[in-house]
Design a binder for this molecule. Structure first.
Ligand SMILES: Cc1cc2nc3c(=O)[nH]c(=O)nc-3n(C[C@H](O)[C@H](O)[C@H](O)COP(=O)(O)OP(=O)(O)OC[C@H]3O[C@@H](n4cnc5c(N)ncnc54)[C@H](O)[C@@H]3O)c2cc1C
Length: 422
């Protein structure tokens, strides 16, 4: 039976299976994500945006679809998506609800980073065995109970940019750690079951070092955890990224999402891990383009069937958007496809370039969509103005903001490691 949601010929996959040589599994997963996004996420997106509330219902439904376990290995009961497969599926969700896709990313990273990514990193056999045991417990929580993990790293200083050690500290105590600190922009705050917090392990009298970064799953109900502040931002309103306070929170060592030292190795050897914020914005770029085509053809639900496609200026604008979209897709697909441990210098430069391009172009395409479609298209009854506001957030997100990407591309292209000018 044909899918009635596709009968109008719109919403083809962003990355067509034949053109991008997707595997059957990738193709199946993006179709699942796309149908779910269109059927479930799209109709609810305006409500979560308007109220700035977390899309809990979406997460319950994603659990039902197996999507909370997208990066949990198949042999553990998940869907078993690797990095690139996850990215293209996340882009499909981003088309329909940016805030849900971005929040989903925070959750998924807890399994992707502790899963296939950690498998690529050096560990002692004993650390690897302990890690496998511990992450199985996280998998079970997600698979059996639909547990949701957040990813609050940002502190308002230079730590989230990877420049200095995190100010949130974990003091080793019997059986675990006492954690103290503050995280800003904690997406999923108040909604997550666990906060995947990056902090610095610091024993009495030792100096703080990035090498001692710990990645801990802090139970939301643990004593000493609180969420404060309001949340009334420009875009990505459904992420509910309030401030998380941690005051003498005891965290068992079982809650380590990575063994000691492994997060530092990941950040150094697997830099594409920081590209995981970009799929949402790849989806938003596509959404802005799709909106424009549908609107100019007079086929936008909820608006009169007025065609505007016959004006040459509209045609030129759509051509420019299409070119920008294809450039963005091509670079981004290349970058996510070559993600691997110990990438070459060119691969890293390309990853920065892809992140920069997606984050900047998503908003540029959305801005052009608004100008091209015109005044009626910016009404809140339509999705475009939300897409525009959500897309503005991408280039602000650490550690790879648009500015930092530019900064690094320039520096790393001109200097080899350790090189200095006299
Ligand atoms: C919708 C949304 C959701 C978010 N969700 C999360 C989340 O779940 N978890 C989380 O950890 N964070 C999250 N963030 C936070 C985000 O990653 C940034 O930490 C936050 O936007 C930084 O804001 P700031 O003003 O404190 O940045 P600042 O640190 O003040 O930086 C301001 C700008 O200066 C530039 N800059 C900063 N450091 C450097 C440097 N070393 N070199 C060159 N340039 C630099 C960057 O371009 C940066 O954008 C979210 C942000 C948004 C907008």
């Amino acid at each position: 039976m044909s899918d009635p949601l596709e009968s109008d010929g719109h919403d083809a996959p962003i990355f067509a299976a034949d053109a991008f040589r997707l595997t059957p599994f990738q193709s199946e997963l993006i179709n699942k994500a796309r149908r779910f996004g269109r059927r479930v996420l799209a109709p609810r997106a305006a409500h979560y945006d308007r109220e700035a509330i977390f899309p809990s219902e979406n997460f319950r439904d994603m659990h039902g679809e197996g999507l909370l376990a997208v990066c949990i290995p198949k042999e553990e009961g998940g869907l078993g998506a690797d990095f690139a497969t996850y990215c293209i599926a996340a882009a499909e969700l981003g088309r329909y609800c940016g805030a849900t896709a971005l929040s989903w990313n925070m959750h998924v990273c807890s399994t992707l980073w502790s899963g296939s990514l950690a498998d690529d990193l050096p560990m002692t056999p004993s650390d690897r065995a302990t890690h496998s045991e511990r992450r199985r417990e996280h998998y079970r929580r997600i698979l059996d109970h639909g547990a949701v993990y957040a990813q609050p790293f940002s502190e308002g200083g230079a730590a989230a940019a990877g420049v200095v050690a995190f100010g949130t500290e974990a003091r080793p105590v019997a059986g675990g750690f006492l954690v103290n600190g503050k995280k800003i922009f904690a997406s999923l705050s108040g909604a997550a079951d666990y906060y995947g917090v990056l902090c610095t392990e610091r024993a009495e009298g030792t100096a703080a070092s990035r090498r001692n970064t710990l990645y801990l799953a802090i139970p939301a109900r643990a004593e000493g955890v609180s969420v404060v502040g309001d949340w009334d931002p420009l875009g990505m309103r459904g992420t509910v990224s309030r401030t998380l306070l941690l005051k003498d929170v005891f965290v068992s060592e079982q809650e380590m999402l990575m063994p000691r030292g492994v997060y530092f190795e990941a950040a150094t050897r697997w830099p594409h891990m920081f590209l995981t914020l970009s799929p949402t914005y790849m989806g938003l770029a596509q959404a802005a383009y799709d909106f424009t085509v549908r609107y100019l053809r007079g086929e936008m639900a909820g608006t009169p069937p007025v065609k505007r496609r016959m004006y040459p200026t509209k045609q030129i604008a759509v051509a420019e958007m299409q070119i920008m979209l294809e450039q963005t897709k091509a670079l981004w697909f290349q970058a996510i496809s070559e993600a691997c441990p110990n990438p070459t210098k060119q691969q890293v430069l390309r990853a920065y370039a892809a992140q920069y391009t997606v984050m900047e172009n998503a908003n540029a395409i959305a801005a052009k969509a608004l100008r091209t479609c015109g005044g009626q298209a910016m009404l809140k009854s339509l999705a475009l103005e939300r897409i525009y506001r959500d897309s503005r957030c991408g280039s602000l997100m650490l550690p790879w903001t648009a500015e930092i990407c530019l900064d690094r591309i320039g520096r790393e292209a001109l200097y080899e490691p350790g090189e200095k000018d006299d």
